[in-house]
Design a binder for this molecule. Structure first.
Ligand SMILES: [Zn+2]
Length: 134
């Protein structure tokens, strides 16, 4: 896992803790720990969104921002996929997170080769014989 993905996952975790409205010691400690890991610049933008009552980070599903349902440019998706850069939704300004599940989908194309050396199936020569005997 690359650093960028880890950072985004920390943001997702932090957000889920903050929106859970659980205020026990453990949750607060976990939140403090997460905040310490996330760069202040990123945290600052996230906090501004949360202060407006929005979610600071949202997931991308089918190339669509689940926060505002606007299409995310493919360039942004690719950058996220390769862990190159942090992406903000152009429409709602939230941080975008691409869940790993979306990457696993095209695995269907690679089918296991059950017969590595397939022999051409020979047709049984029943038809001729049966014709003669009739
Ligand atoms: Zn959006």
């Amino acid at each position: 896992m690359n650093a960028l993905n880890e950072l985004l996952q920390d943001l997702i975790k932090l957000q889920s803790l903050e929106f859970s409205e659980v205020e026990d010691k453990e949750t607060k400690a976990a939140m403090t720990e997460l905040r310490a890991k996330i760069p202040s610049q990123i945290l600052g933008h996230y906090d501004r969104l949360v202060a407006k009552g929005k979610k600071g980070i949202t997931t991308v599903r089918d190339q669509v921002c689940t926060g505002c349902h606007m299409r995310v440019p493919i360039g942004g998706i690719m950058a996220l996929k390769h862990g190159e850069d942090i992406q903000l939704c152009e429409n709602c300004g939230r941080y975008l997170y691409l869940p790993p599940a979306a990457e696993a989908e095209p695995a269907k194309a690679a089918e296991p080769t059950a017969h590595p050396n397939p022999k051409p199936a020979r047709k049984p020569r029943k038809s001729k014989k049966s014709l003669q005997t009739v």
